[in-house]
Design a binder for this molecule. Structure first.
Ligand code: NAD
Length: 494
C-alpha cells in the first residue's frame, strides 16, 4: 500500500511526530487501499508558518496579478489532463460512482479558469471624499493565510471552490482534507507545483479533524477559515475562530425542500426528485430530502417515485452500469440506519427500502436501499435533521402559502426546488423561500459563474461567481494629502 506524505512548503513530508499513518478505505470493498499521514499540531504549525512567509515574502507577493492568473489557468489545465486518474482516486475513496466523479472532474478546471480570469480584475475605487486637498482611494488586499477544511464527498471540487478564489486574491492556503478522502488533494499538489505555484503558497496537512483541523482553526497566524462540512463541526469552528476574530466562510448542511405543484410536468419532477435525493446515495449537501407534494397529485406522484427509485442499480462505483455506490464511511452508514429507525418510531410510513442492501453478493459494501417515508409531518426528526443518506421524506400540502411555510420551517437554508408550470408561481415561490439556491423545474444545477451558499444555519458567505472572491479580500482605505505647504496644526490656538 502506498504511503501519501503531506505537502508543506513545496516538499513532501512525513508527520513530525514520527511514523503515524491512517488507512484510507475503499468503502465498496471495505478494504484499505492507501495510507495518509496522521499529522498533528506540529505539522500544522510548519504549514501555517510556510504559508505566512509565502504571503509576505518571496515570489508570491511580488508576482503580478496577471501572472497569478496564468498559474491558476495552468492548474486548471493540469486537472483536465489528469481528470481520469483523479476521478478514479475520488471514487475509490468516497464510493461515489466513477461517472459522477468524472463529470465533476471535467467541470473543476472551469472553476480554476473563472478565478484565473478574475485575478487581475480586482479593482479598488477613488471615492470623491468631502475633503479638499485629499486624494482618497480604496485598495483590495488578500485576507491573508486561509485554512481550507473540506469534506469527503467532492474533495477537489471543494479545493477548487476555496483555493481558486483565495489564490486569485493573493492569499496563501493550508488545506486540511477529510481524513476519509485525502489522496486526490495530495495528488493535486503535484499539479499545482508543476503549474508554477511558489513553495509555501499551498500546503496540505492530513489527519483527524480533532487534531489537525482544530490546531489549524486556532493557529494565530491563520486569518481566515473556509469550511465545508457538517453544521455541528461548523458551529464549533465558528466559535473557535471568533476568539481571534478570524474571517469565516461556512458551507454546511441542509434539509432542502423540493416542492412539486399539481401543475408541474410530473414526469420531469419525479426524475428530479429521485435524482435529487438518491444520487450519490443522498450524500449531497443540497439533497432534496424533504419532498413537498401537493395533495391533489400526491398518491399518483408517489407511485412514480417508487417505480423510478426501485429501478436504481446499486453496485461497484467503478462499473458503468452502476447508478449509486455505497455510503462512504462506517459512521455515516450507521447514522443513516439510525435515522431509518427514528422515522419508523416517529410513525412515518416506510413505503420503500428502509434497510441495508446486499449488493453483488457481498455484505461489507455499506449499501442502503433507497428509502421513502410517507405520512411525514414537518416536525418529525426525519423532516428536520440532515441525514446525508438515501432517505426521502414526503410531506403533503394544499396551497402555495402552505408549501412556502413548510419549506421555510427548518433551521437550514441551503437550497430548494420548485416544480410548477406557472411562471408567476415560479417567481413568487423562488423569492419567498429562504435558501441560498433555488432550482426551478430542475435540481442540482451548478456553474462556476453562480454563487452557492447557505442562508440561516446552512452557512455564511458564498462560494463561486463574483461573490466567491469577495470572501478572500479585505478593503483598505488610503487617504493622501495633496495640500501645498505644511499641514495645519490642530493644537495651535488661532
Ligand atoms: P465533518 O464536519 O465531519 O468534517 C468536515 C471537515 O472538518 C473534515 O476535514 C474534518 O476532518 C474536519 N473536522 C472535523 N472535526 C473537526 C474539528 N473539531 N475541528 C476542525 N476540523 C474538524 O463533515 P463531513 O462528514 O466530512 O461532510 C459531510 C457534511 O458536509 C454534511 O453535513 C454536508 O451537508 C456538508 N457539506 C456541505 C457542503 C456545502 O457546500 N454547503 C458541501 C458538501 C458537504
Amino acid at each position: 500500500m502506498e504511503n501519501f506524505p503531506m505537502f508543506i512548503d513545496g516538499a513532501w513530508v512525513p508527520p513530525a511526530s514520527g511514523d503515524a499513518w491512517l488507512e484510507t478505505v475503499d468503502p465498496y470493498r471495505g478494504t484499505p487501499w492507501a495510507r495518509i499521514a496522521r499529522g498533528g499540531a506540529q505539522d500544522v504549525d510548519l504549514a501555517v508558518k510556510a504559508a505566512s512567509k509565502a504571503l509576505t515574502r518571496g515570489a508570491w507577493p511580488q508576482m503580478s496579478a496577471t501572472k497569478r492568473g496564468h498559474i491558476l489557468r495552468a492548474i486548471g489545465d493540469g486537472i483536465a489532463r489528469n481528470a481520469d486518474r483523479l476521478a478514479e482516486i475520488e471514487a475509490r475513496d468516497n464510493g461515489k460512482i466513477l461517472s459522477e466523479m468524472r463529470g465533476q472532474m471535467s467541470s473543476i478546471p472551469e472553476y480554476w479558469y473563472y478565478d484565473a480570469g478574475l485575478a487581475d480584475k480586482i479593482e479598488g475605487a477613488l471615492p470623491q471624499v468631502d475633503k479638499p486637498d485629499t486624494l482618497a482611494m480604496t485598495v483590495r488586499e488578500p485576507v491573508g493565510v486561509v485554512a481550507a477544511l473540506t469534506s469527503w464527498n467532492s474533495p477537489l471540487m471543494f479545493v477548487a471552490m476555496k483555493c481558486a478564489p483565495a489564490l486569485a486574491a493573493g492569499c496563501t492556503v493550508v488545506i486540511k482534507p477529510s481524513e476519509f478522502a485525502s489522496v486526490s488533494t495530495l495528488e493535486f499538489c503535484k499539479i499545482a507545483k508543476e503549474a508554477g505555484l511558489p513553495d509555501g503558497v499551498l500546503n496540505v496537512v492530513t489527519g483527524l479533524g480533532a487534531d489537525v483541523g482544530a490546531a489549524l482553526v486556532q493557529h494565530p497566524l491563520v486569518d481566515k477559515v473556509s469550511f465545508t462540512g457538517s453544521d455541528s463541526t461548523g458551529r464549533l469552528i465558528y466559535k473557535q475562530a471568533a476568539d481571534s476574530m478570524k474571517r469565516v466562510t461556512m458551507e454546511l448542511g441542509g434539509k432542502s425542500p423540493n416542492i412539486v405543484f399539481e401543475d408541474a410536468d410530473l414526469e420531469a419532477a419525479a426524475v428530479g426528485a429521485v435524482a435529487g435525493i438518491f444520487g450519490a446515495a443522498g450524500q449531497m449537501c443540497t439533497a432534496g430530502s424533504r419532498l413537498l407534494v401537493q395533495n391533489s397529485v400526491r398518491a399518483a406522484f408517489t407511485e412514480k417515485l417508487i417505480a423510478l427509485s426501485g429501478a436504481i442499480r446499486m453496485g461497484d462505483p467503478m462499473a458503468s452500469a452502476t447508478n449509486v455506490g455505497p455510503i462512504a464511511t462506517p459512521p455515516q452508514y450507521q447514522k443513516v440506519l439510525d435515522y431509518i429507525e427514528i422515522g419508523k418510531a416517529e410513525g412515518a410510513n416506510c413505503i420503500l427500502g428502509g434497510h441495508p442492501a446486499t449488493v453483488d453478493g457481498h455484505t461489507e459494501g455499506q449499501f442502503i436501499a433507497p428509502t421513502i417515508f410517507t405520512d411525514v409531518t414537518n416536525d418529525m426528526r426525519i423532516a428536520q435533521e440532515e441525514v446525508f443518506g438515501p432517505l426521502l421524506s414526503i410531506i403533503g400540502f394544499d396551497t402555495e402559502e402552505e408549501a412556502i411555510e413548510i419549506g421555510n420551517d427548518v433551521i437550514f437554508g441551503l437550497a430548494a426546488g420548485v416544480w410548477t408550470g406557472d411562471l408567476g408561481r415560479q417567481i413568487r415561490v423562488s423569492r419567498a423561500l429562504r435558501a441560498g439556491t433555488i432550482w426551478v423545474n430542475t435540481y442540482r444545477s451548478y456553474s462556476p459563474l453562480m454563487p452557492i451558499g447557505g442562508m440561516k444555519q446552512s452557512g455564511l458567505g458564498r462560494e463561486g461567481g463574483l461573490a466567491g472572491i469577495e470572501d478572500y479580500l479585505e478593503t483598505k482605505s488610503i487617504l493622501l494629502s495633496t495640500a501645498k505647504g505644511p499641514t495645519a496644526n490642530p493644537f495651535l490656538q488661532q
